[in-house]
Design a protein around this ligand. Sequence first.
Ligand SMILES: CC(C)(COP(=O)(O)OP(=O)(O)OC[C@H]1O[C@@H](n2cnc3c(N)ncnc32)[C@H](O)[C@@H]1OP(=O)(O)O)[C@@H](O)C(=O)NCCC(=O)NCCS
Length: 152
Amino acid sequence: MTERFAILPFAPAHLAAISDLWVATWAKTMPDIDFEARRPWFHGHLDTLQAGGAEVHVAQANGGEVAGFVAIHPGTGYLDQLAVAPAFWGKGAAEALMDTAKARASGGIQLDVNQDNPRAIAFYERLGLKIVAAATNPASGRAIWRMAWRPG
Ligand SMILES: CC(C)(COP(=O)(O)OP(=O)(O)OC[C@H]1O[C@@H](n2cnc3c(N)ncnc32)[C@H](O)[C@@H]1OP(=O)(O)O)[C@@H](O)C(=O)NCCC(=O)NCCS
């Protein structure tokens, strides 16, 4: 069942919640990796993304809980981060965040997704993104798809 989500610009008060949901959702998605150990990297990466011109938007559920976030660069259209807390999977938070990303990056979106992340790939395909290339993540060595969305 879908819910309604408010999309808010990221504020420092959101950091603890988005950090917790980033660790939880990735631990569920890739249980072989210790994402808790990567939390400091995540905090630095968020700073780096924003310093480089990316925007971070947060989805807030009716009850006030932070359900997820997206990091999108309006100029390049590169979507570096999309994460929704497991408790909000399948409830529409990810779609609300992608609606905002599409509105902010009106020239189109590109992103990289691990080929062994079928849930995310199915989600992006449902929203009209297409696989445009295969590559290898230079940092992790994992096979990735480059996916893209172009406005109609
Ligand atoms: C990716 C993510 C944002 C999607 O949000 P979500 O709320 O889970 O997405 P939805 O439930 O709306 O859609 C997921 C789709 O995948 C499908 N799915 C789930 N598991 C699947 C699997 N193993 N194989 C294929 N499809 C699968 C679901 O059925 C659903 O499709 P449907 O609505 O057509 O039935 C969220 O799962 C998440 O945060 N994952 C961890 C972080 C991540 O992977 N981020 C993206 C990195 S590029």
